[in-house]
Design a protein around this ligand. Structure first.
Ligand code: ZN
Length: 563
């Protein structure tokens, strides 16, 4: 397609202005890019009732007006094409994920998308997206590239633009007012629907995340629990403690064998004597970016304040203040700030049979762990002065798994764990039947079960030198086709329980249980009651016997079981 050769004057005749381009783009967004929004707001309404048509018509005018206002404020002839082009491509992807996975692009989801590493993102690109991208990106781009834009003198152009913007604002407000009762109740009851309005959703969320990040980047994290000191009982302990906290990924309680799933997805853990399974645990968020900082904070979901949580130190810093060494080993997308300034390492993805150059299987988390562990003493030099050796030699290790990270579940386990078949051996879940997807997901859980059992073996082998213990908890769950939902990240308030209920297990060596006077029968009974991520901060400080004003004993799951 080549541009017709014409004189500049002829080129201008009949060519659309930047205003017209903004209007056409707004119509395109309102009509073609908001099918999920239209589906949600119109579902359950009578298609033959005039009120439905009035409502739909008013919403349509409002949608066009909103996007026209957004575009009208920033578009200028000089950069109209590159900016619109970028917007069209980004919107094509947004529409794809909104429609395919019922994703709501709110600020927390967008943060999750922005922090996703290249390897995770690459698993989301599949060839089956090609027809979608052709229609939503390539065709509009060709049209945009081909059409000339009329040149206008600026005083007139500015006056016109202001006139158009005022008209759009008036029409938008008028349309909403016309159906206000209906619209108002819809927005009150289903606030999340606004995050389906594309591309306004991701543009708004991008702005929110950018503002929050600049604000938090400008100041260092608020110190937390600087009063933390080891409890008096440490003076009498002969051995240091080695505590492993395994942070799982995307494992959901519904498919967890130990919690009553029809399939045994946890055969190895089921054989571990004294293992404690918490049956009813809710996560703080439905994505890694929310859950990880939240579960290392003292406030959790019950006092959720994202800015406060992100702006503050967390559990590992409090342990460090008490003189206990911490070490974070990552096989995923990093510690999300909760190990800032503390010893941590990301697994190298080369030089092992467990890694393929891109990713490592989770067993690699245990490889050569002793040396970095011993080196990871507390950074708080002042706290380490005069502390018992049992304290300064103790370590709290966080192993951050890749777990059941989707959609490429089939890449999360070695061939020997391909036990439930047939599997879905592609990241493009649409090419598979739901039972295949579930089989693949369950195989990945079998492998997590194996890695946890191996970690307990690893701890047992160090019992002569340490009092050892392990807690495993997943960061959030996953949808596997229930209500047409896949993956995770639905806004917390409306998230299905598949995404919020997670597995959690605890294992304590006899030495650890004795040194804490833990009544394991009591812990078993507590494990049948509801618990949540909110308990972890306080429970780990309790188990590590750390005294600080920020620990709330009432939130410690194990406090009632210490004799
Ligand atoms: Zn996650």
């Amino acid at each position: 397609m080549s541009r017709p050769l014409m004189s500049p004057a002829a080129d201008q005749r009949g060519a659309p202005s930047t205003d017209t381009l903004a209007l056409v783009a707004s119509l395109w967004f309102a009509l073609a890019c908001n099918l999920s929004f239209w589906h949600e707001v119109l579902s359950g309404r009578d298609a033959t009732a005039p009120a439905t048509w009035l409502f739909a018509g008013a919403l349509f005018v409002a949608l066009v007006a909103v996007h026209f206002l957004l575009l009208g404020l920033v578009l200028h002839r000089a950069w109209a094409k590159p900016l619109l082009g970028l917007l069209l491509v980004a919107t094509a992807f947004a529409v794809h994920y909104t429609q395919k996975f019922n994703v709501y692009l709110d600020p927390s989801m967008l943060r999750n998308v922005l922090r996703t590493d290249v390897k995770e993102a690459s698993e989301l690109f599949t060839w089956s997206m090609a027809p979608h991208l052709l229609f939503y990106a390539v065709l509009p781009l060709l049209l945009l590239w081909w059409v000339p834009i009329r040149r206008r003198r600026w005083p007139g152009a500015l006056a016109r633009r202001i006139g158009w913007l005022l008209l759009a604002a008036a029409l938008g407000v008028g349309a909403v007012m016309a159906v206000f009762q209906d619209f108002g109740s819809l927005m009150r009851n289903r606030k999340e629907l606004r995050y389906l309005i594309t591309p306004a959703n991701y543009l708004y969320s991008l702005g929110r995340v950018a503002v929050a990040d600049t604000r938090s980047a400008a100041k260092p994290r608020e110190p937390l629990g600087t009063d933390a000191r080891p409890g008096a009982a440490w003076a009498a302990r002969s051995k240091p403690t080695l505590f492993v906290f395994v942070l799982g990924e995307t494992a959901r309680a519904a498919n967890w064998g130990l919690s009553g799933y029809a399939r045994q997805t946890t055969p190895q853990l089921a054989e571990v004597p004294g293992l404690i399974n918490f049956k009813d645990v809710s996560a703080c968020g439905t994505n890694t970016e929310t859950s990880v900082p939240c579960l290392f904070s003292p406030w959790g979901r019950r006092q959720y304040d994202e800015d406060r949580i992100r702006g503050s130190q967390g559990l590992l810093h409090v342990l460090d203040h008490a003189g206990l060494g911490t070490f974070w080993r990552d096989n995923q997308s990093g510690c999300k700030g909760v190990c800032d300034g503390l010893p941590n390492e990301r697994l190298a993805t080369t030089a092992s049979a467990l890694c393929d150059g891109e990713r490592c299987l989770d067993e690699a988390l245990l490889r050569d762990l002793d040396a970095p562990l011993v080196a990871a003493s507390a950074t708080a030099a002042s706290a380490a002065q005069g502390l018992p050796k049992a304290v300064t030699d103790s370590r709290v290790v966080v192993l951050h798994m890749l777990g059941n990270h989707g959609p490429a579940y089939y890449k999360r386990y070695p061939a020997s764990f391909r036990r439930f078949e047939p599997t879905c051996d592609t990241p493009d879940l649409r090419q598979c039947e739901i039972p295949q997807i579930v089989n693949t997901y369950d195989n990945a859980l079998l492998y997590t079960d194996h890695v946890l059992a191996r970690t307990i073996d690893w701890l047992k082998a160090r019992q002569d030198r340490y009092d050892t213990a392990l807690i495993y908890v997943s960061d959030h769950g996953e949808s596997l086709g229930e209500n047409r939902l896949f993956l995770h990240g639905v806004p917390y308030a409306i998230a299905p329980k598949e995404q919020t209920q997670v597995p959690m297990v605890a294992w304590f060596s006899p030495g650890f249980a004795d040194s804490r006077r833990l009544d394991l029968g009591c812990v078993q009974a507590r494990a049948a009651q509801p618990a949540s991520h909110d308990h972890l901060f306080h429970s780990l400080l309790g188990l590590m016997d750390v005294k600080t004003a920020v620990r709330e004993p009432a939130m410690d799951l194990f406090a009632p079981c210490r004799r």
